[in-house]
Design a binder for this molecule. Structure first.
Ligand SMILES: Cc1cc2nc3c(=O)[nH]c(=O)nc-3n(C[C@H](O)[C@H](O)[C@H](O)COP(=O)(O)OP(=O)(O)OC[C@H]3O[C@@H](n4cnc5c(N)ncnc54)[C@H](O)[C@@H]3O)c2cc1C
Length: 476
């Protein structure tokens, strides 16, 4: 079967990989000049990389780890010590750690929580631990039923002090979905906590050893091509053409010239687009179908990713850090954490600026000035006195509509990979799978989508006799 896939983020590339493995011919069309979607990255004039987002891989990412194994690139994941590390706003320049000892789950998680006395008091630990009991006993069913509540509402329901939010969950909520605990669905935080507490290495983190388009997307591309598939950049899907019965007749793609278009005919069609552009491309006759109508409730959340190159080392910590400050979320000194960005003498901080709603429209200079003010409180020793650290250069990458905003009630809006249209399928982190909006969710959705195409083979309209597009043409 020839399968046309629009979008070369992790979902589209994973879908193409698993289709190619099953003996089909995936034809991937990406709008932009770079692979990876939300893991895309570029090189500046000095050859330094800057990225759409600071990306962390977790031990709980079963599908992603399987993908690395299948591609033979497991050594590209740089695993860090099993810990969560937070800045201490009350004691600038210091850190508080949750260290997970080498014990089976959930003992290692419990020991990590009990062992940290900087952030939570004993009564807070006990009330929080009791609140988590239903999630641990009743599992995913309970976790999904909590999608009615925001995380703050869930804490109140369980009489857990508000201070637990201030100390831990503002940072965690911003890291998970770039929003605050009064907005995020309780399901999202409970899903993460469940994975972290139930799997020994669930919360262990790894950094990729370089830029994702080169170190992860490129091997996917090579794998797809080696099995007869193709991936074409700079080719946005413009329109979905339908047969009279409402099934897809072709994908109309933008051609190489400004006014040119190309109709791609295939046996099955996949949207691996983010939810916002997909909504704009839905053909009129589909809009009333419940699974597509529900998409109107899903919308990308704004986020800003920052890169700051300094003239000296600010920290030697080789790990992700939770800033616990009002504008920033998580950050890392990539000169320590990532082999491909290593610099023994100078720091490159990559930081996530969130929530970004009030900042996404502001100038890069204003965003950097506000960030520097927060960094002064995080690293006072480097930004006071006569010999202060100097910012050499910076890059700001704004994503106005990133992953879908996981507010209460969103779970039931997420569509299956199989749609009521017989030859049209969906992949993407927003589609229904248990890993929410993440790289793991994107990869899993791609595999589930490939499986759905295979499963629905019998119901696909017969495209014999229609003019096939040439998989080889325009191949890159
Ligand atoms: C700042 C930031 C930090 C993040 N940190 C983490 C993290 O630490 N850990 C984690 O697991 N996840 C993280 N994520 C989330 C993760 O990046 C995403 O969940 C995942 O990459 C989404 O993959 P996707 O394939 O579903 O969508 P996308 O990556 O958005 O891919 C969709 C693709 O479709 C293309 N496209 C759009 N319109 C068209 C069109 N008309 N025709 C053809 N192509 C089109 C896009 O250009 C894009 O390449 C982060 C995201 C951001 C933004």
């Amino acid at each position: 079967m020839r399968v046309a896939i629009a979008g070369a983020g992790l979902a589209g590339l994973a879908c193409a990989k698993y289709l190619a493995d099953a003996g089909h011919i995936p034809m991937v069309y990406e709008a932009r000049e770079v692979l990876g979607g939300k893991v895309a990255a570029w090189q500046d004039e000095d050859g330094d990389w800057y990225e759409t987002g600071l990306h962390i891989f977790f031990g709980a990412y079963t599908n992603m780890l399987r993908l690395f194994r299948e591609l033979g690139i497991e050594d590209r994941l740089q695993w860090k010590s099993h810990a969560l590390i937070f800045n201490q706003p009350e004691e600038p320049g210091t850190y508080s750690r949750f260290d997970f000892p080498d014990l089976p789950a959930p003992l290692n998680g419990i020991a990590a929580i009990l062992g940290n006395n900087d952030m939570l008091s004993w009564p807070e630990k006990i009330s929080f631990g009791l609140g988590l009991v239903p999630a641990m006993l009743r599992g995913q069913q309970y976790v999904e039923a909590c999608d009615r509540y925001s995380w703050t509402e869930w804490l109140r329901l369980h009489n857990i002090p508000e201070r637990v939010n201030d100390e831990v969950f503002i940072a965690m909520s911003k890291a998970l979905n770039f929003i605050n605990p009064d907005e995020i669905s309780a399901t999202v935080v409970l899903t993460a906590l469940n994975r972290f507490l139930q799997e020994k290495n669930g919360s262990r983190m790894a950094f990729l050893d370089g830029a994702p388009p080169q170190r992860l997307c490129r091997p996917l591309l090579d794998h797809i091509r080696a099995r007869g598939g193709m991936v074409r950049l700079n080719t946005p899907l413009r329109q979905i053409h339908l047969h009279r019965d409402g099934s897809v007749a072709s994908f109309r793609m933008a051609g190489s010239g400004a006014a040119e278009t190309e109709d791609v005919v295939a046996d099955a069609y996949v949207s691996a687009l983010p939810v916002d552009p997909l909504k704009q491309l839905l053909p009129q006759p589909w809009k009333a179908m419940p699974c597509f109508a529900r998409l109107s409730g899903l919308r990308g959340v704004p986020v800003i990713n920052l890169h700051l190159w300094f003239d000296r080392k600010l920290t030697d910590i080789d790990h992700l850090l939770f800033s616990r400050s009002s504008l920033l979320s998580v950050y890392a000194d990539m000169s320590n954490t990532c082999k491909g960005y290593a610099d023994p003498h100078r720091s490159m901080l990559e930081l996530i600026f969130a929530p970004a709603r009030d900042w996404i429209g502001r100038s890069d200079a204003a965003i950097i000035a506000a960030t520097m003010e927060e960094l002064v409180t995080l690293f006072p020793m480097h930004f006071s006195g006569a010999d202060q650290a100097r910012l050499r250069k910076y890059k700001v990458v704004k994503t106005p509509l990133s992953v879908y905003k996981t507010t209460p009630g969103c779970e039931q809006l997420r569509p299956d990979q199989e749609t009521p249209v017989p030859n049209f399928f969906l992949a993407g982190d927003y589609t229904s799978q248990r890993y929410l909006a993440s790289m793991e969710g994107a990869v899993l959705s791609g595999r589930l989508c490939a499986e759905a195409v295979e499963r629905c083979r019998e119901r696909l309209p017969d495209t014999a006799g229609s003019q096939p597009s040439q998989p080889g043409s325009g191949q890159r």
